[in-house]
Ligand binder design. Sequence first.
Ligand SMILES: C[S@@+](CC[C@H](N)C(=O)[O-])C[C@H]1O[C@@H](n2cnc3c(N)ncnc32)[C@H](O)[C@@H]1O
Length: 680
Amino acid sequence: MVHSSRKRNFNKKKGHEPRENKWKDDRDAPGNQGYRETVKENEKYWTYYKEQNVFPLEQFDEFRAALQRDLPVSFRFQGCHKDREQLIHEMENRFFGKIMEAGDAAVCVPKSLPWYKEAYQTPMSRTAVRSHPILAQLHNFLVTEAELGNLSRQEAVSMIPPLLLAPTSEHYVLDLCAAPGSKTTQLLEMIHENDENPKGMVIANDVDMKRCYMLIHHTLKRFRTAACAITCEDAARFPKIMDKDGGVVQFDRVLADVICSGDGTLRKNPEIWKKWTPQDGLGLHRMQIAIARKGAQQLKVGGRMVYSTCSMNPIEDEAVVAQLLRDSKGSLKLVDTSTLLPELKRENGVNTWKVFDRDMKLFENLEAVTEDKLKKVIVRSCFPPTEEEAKEMNLHYTMRVTPHAQDTGGFYVALIEKVSETNFEPSAANGPAWKKKKMFKDEPFTFLKLDDERWNDIRSHYGVDESFAYQNLFSRRLETNDANSRQLFFANDAVKNFVKENMTKVSIQNAGMKMFSRTEGKVENTRFRLSQKGIRYLFKSMNKQKVKIGADDMLAMLKSEENLVPLESLVCKTDVRQQQNGTVVVYCDEDEPVCTWVGYHTIAPYISKEERLHLLRMMGVDCAEIELLMKSKRKEKAAQDREAAWARKEEESKANAQTTSEEPKEEKMEEQEGDVVAPN
Ligand SMILES: C[S@@+](CC[C@H](N)C(=O)[O-])C[C@H]1O[C@@H](n2cnc3c(N)ncnc32)[C@H](O)[C@@H]1O
């Protein structure tokens, strides 16, 4: 019997992927010892997949064995990062040779994915990292670069949908079920790939408010962009988006990476072994159709949508796509994916499948479903199309990735093109409405007006010329007390228009990025300090408060253990002193400007430790010692966070115990289902 090493299920919701891009959370790492063991068997699951014919039956043993093995770790260097090649080079040069020399089977060199060369896969486990110093160094390197958003940990198969959508910098993209956001980040990278300031945008939506916060804090914190907004809506009822001329905005690309049973994620979510039944897929089928229909409606003619799930179950996959095509009456067609990503091993989608209930009772057709309760979940669209329909639909154009083909999770993807306007009839398919919890009222967005006093202050201090769109700066305050706002954010035109025209009817949680924060100190001459994130958008329009410095000065500043570096010790002191105190941007290379804070006698880089480390790496400095120091600090912090999380949990359970019996039962259940972040 095969077991997995897991301690507890941190209250994961069905169909939710766990937090991604998290190198620090090693709990997920394969080989992690000391946790309660999971039995990796489920007879219903095996029988179900033997019957479905979604891969050749002679591969069944391989399929089963792959699912029972731990999933390798995979990570991806960010597509748009100009340092990408250099980072890959550094990783390969610094670590790969030494890992090979170690010659231990457990110490494996990460291999680039044959179908995505910037992404790597490795069976690196926590135990291996602990016992091999060179792996520990590689791990440190990956942690800091992930922290900065220069690479992200993401399951290999989850990288497929954005690759098939291939958005460009002009595209408007809607990601309907976006949290925790690994695909959102990938989409954002792609629209920034050839343009630092893309005209397009990504609207990332999730119905679950807590998961929207994850999206904001774990994803956008790492990716600096003015081209993204986050909304909290039921995707099946996503409102029409209006443009500034009163027209309806339609999207070039839509991603419907819907909620699913997650039965392709068994290798990383072992709790599924115990509870999986065919009912999991049946229960979500109608909701999945409703989300796919809404996605298709939001698409412009000629636009493309990906429908994807991390389930291999045809009821959640082909059956949903078939119903969408049926409902569209020819306005949607499948794009043949068999020639895309040629190195990716996949199975073609199928035209037939079998419908089982929770107890593995087989139903040949809808008429065989007699029980009232069952009639609600086993609906007509669960059954395969007729032969005639199948000929029109081309379900074989869709793809299913099986775990044993390339040592990944299981996944399904359909690429759909809108060929003419959809005119869906109202349908019973629209699963139940998501019960929205009462949350805080969304904060308003107030954009700066001409002659805003704050802008005059910023413009004269930084010498900003007319190339900068100051009208795209905004605060999250009501207009009446906007003048007191502490922070100013920046959005590109697309996001600005989306926010302005739709903020009263769409629940917009976040837009653009923070650019200025107000300060109350004594040394500065403007109240607004520029953030490192903001430089990308402001640098070229700035004519004051920026100084070109030599590499020695830059190195001295970045390497200094003290945050405040005496100006006297730097060659650039005269040039820096000619600037006003406060934010001064220094640069050796125009592409890597660094925000600093200049006082009367000192200068301090105003960037994170990880950012410093990254810049040093890019300047060719060996950072092994600094990495080690940061690692021990991270460990200390992780221990503190863990304690705080447990204390919070205890408080919560005390509070729950005190909840009165008058509280509606459903509400309580929703609370319990909330995403509890696993303490590190
Ligand atoms: C499979 S996960 C999405 C993973 C995500 N695309 C990524 O790559 O990180 C499904 C997400 O759908 C969300 N969800 C579930 N029902 C939804 C609905 N009706 N509308 C919008 N989002 C929904 C869940 O909260 C969950 O975050």
